[in-house]
Design a protein around this ligand. Structure first.
Ligand code: GDP
Length: 298
């Protein structure tokens, strides 16, 4: 991801290298090219507008520096503004003082929630926690079994409705899982919920009912970075319908242009907390805005 954007920005900056001092015309021309590069990368228009306005303002105000030539100064400003747009500081999970910490996953079907549950379990175990995965996606055929498979791979326990009891009520499963976690001394509960292929009122209602029943400490909105501009509209719909505390970007290993990653924080005001970069459990990282900005400007 970001290859085209990276290449475009490198070209923009290299045309500045020979300049002794940035004129107003240079700043405007550079801003225009950065704007095109961001729009081509599928970054949402309001995000692009804000970004460009800030870069221009800072480039105009930049002091003549002994240490940095004008091109380096622009790179520095763009880097800092990219970090800002990606959320600034790394936002970590807030663990509850009284366990279990309840983490609820929400997002469209296929966004990667069940896979993420396994990844989170593996990561939480590495961090010294004793996670319990909860199968509250009772909509999608095989979702329960899929969660059991990833739980087994991650070496984490899975709480699921007993087989043979019909479809079961996801709200009830989620509620009962908390009692189970307390008894079995799991300090973190990760609840996998049902998604649909598109935004749907019934899905939102069910997620909101689960939310109200278990009062999660963290609701993570899981979004496939490959869906481009749709990531922003979907995020907005989940923000209105369920609300969330943080975002997990999945499929960052794909050849998406990166717009979702660069837009979602700014548009929703919620931080990106984790990144998923493949199908395997270890393809997963805490999201660091500075490292992502570094990759874009590499
Ligand atoms: P859910 O419907 O939201 O639970 O989504 P799943 O966890 O079932 O994931 C949907 C598909 O995306 C599966 O085939 C996963 O293997 C795949 N997947 C999930 N995360 C990633 C990722 O980060 N990269 C890639 N390439 N595939 C992923």
């Amino acid at each position: 991801m970001f290859e085209t954007l990276s290449d475009r920005l490198t070209t923009v900056f290299s045309s500045l290298r020979s300049k002794g001092r940035l004129s107003e015309a240079d700043i405007n021309a550079t801003a225009r090219e950065i704007r095109v590069a961001l729009l081509e990368a599928d970054v949402a228009l309001p995000v692009v507008k804000d970004f460009i306005a800030r870069v221009k303002e800072r480039a105009r105000g930049a002091e003549v520096s002994q240490a940095l030539n004008p091109a380096q100064q622009v790179v520095k400003i763009v880097n800092e503004e990219l970090i800002e747009i990606l959320g600034g500081e790394t936002r970590r999970i807030r663990f509850a003082k009284n366990p279990p910490t309840v983490i609820m996953l929400a997002g469209l079907q296929g966004s990667g929630k069940t896979t993420l549950a396994g990844k989170l379990a593996r990561w939480l175990k590495q961090e010294g926690h004793t996670p319990l995965l909860v199968a509250a996606d009772l909509q999608r055929p095989n979702a329960v079994q899929q969660l059991q498979v990833v739980g087994e791979r991650a070496g984490a326990a899975v709480f699921a409705p007993e087989p043979g009891n019909g479809v079961g009520d996801p709200v009830d499963v989620a509620r009962r899982s908390l009692d189970h976690a307390r008894h079995a001394q799991h300090d973190v509960v990760v609840i996998d919920t049902a998604g649909r292929l598109g935004v749907d009122a019934e899905m939102m209602r069910q997620a909101a009912d689960i939310r109200d029943a278990v009062r999660p400490h963290e609701i993570l909105f899981v979004v496939d970075a490959m869906i481009g501009q749709d990531a922003v509209t979907t995020a907005q719909a989940f923000l209105d319908g369920v609300g969330f505390d943080g975002v997990v970007l999945t499929k960052l290993d794909g050849d998406a242009r990166g717009g979702a990653a660069l837009s979602v924080r700014h548009v929703t005001g919620r931080p990106i907390m984790f990144a998923s970069t493949g199908e395997k459990l270890e393809d997963f990282n805490v999201f660091h805005p500075d490292r992502m900005a570094g990759r874009i400007l590499d």
